[in-house]
Write a protein that binds this ligand. Structure first.
Ligand code: TYD
Length: 133
């Protein structure tokens, strides 16, 4: 099964523009405790390079585009995010990296829990060892 799992967000559009909703336990499968977003990104400065132990996240490129690499310790898969209606699931224990941000990229993340550095696995060798268990 692919590591790339999208949730399609329904865009309510009319002549005034689009309204797109992310609603906890309705069109996404977890409660939202935190929202953060990345702006003023550089094409040559990738981000991420970690996995989470428990955290569930969804990533949406609201403006522009970027490439995301997901890795479960066995396979790596790449996907381009370039639509505000496509939310990419970043599940626990998936190493993720964001690359090739367009200059205008606005990258939104909704998360199932508060920021907790102890939930991070930032060492790739440790991630690989834990992925084998
Ligand atoms: P970092 O983990 O380096 O970001 P990325 O995964 O995009 O590469 O986070 C940058 C800084 O922001 C770091 O000092 C941790 C801090 N931070 C918070 O304080 N709260 C948060 O919710 C997040 C995601 C990061």
């Amino acid at each position: 099964m692919s590591l790339i799992k999208f949730i399609e967000l329904n865009q309510r559009g009319d002549e005034r523009g689009y309204l797109t909703v992310i609603e906890a336990q309705n069109n996404i499968p977890f409660n939202i405790k935190r929202v953060y977003f990345l702006t003023s990104l550089s094409p040559d400065l990738p981000r991420g390079f970690h996995a989470h132990k428990e955290l569930e996240q969804l990533a949406v490129c609201l403006v522009g585009s970027c490439k995301v690499m997901l890795d479960n310790g066995k396979v790596k898969e790449w996907v381009t995010l370039d639509s505000p209606s496509k939310a990419l699931r970043i599940e626990p224990r998936i190493w993720h990296e964001m690359h090739d941000f367009s200059k205008d990229c606005v990258f939104l993340v909704v998360a199932s829990d508060f920021y907790d550095e102890t939930d991070y696995i930032r060492d790739y060798q440790l991630f690989l060892e834990q992925a084998k268990q």
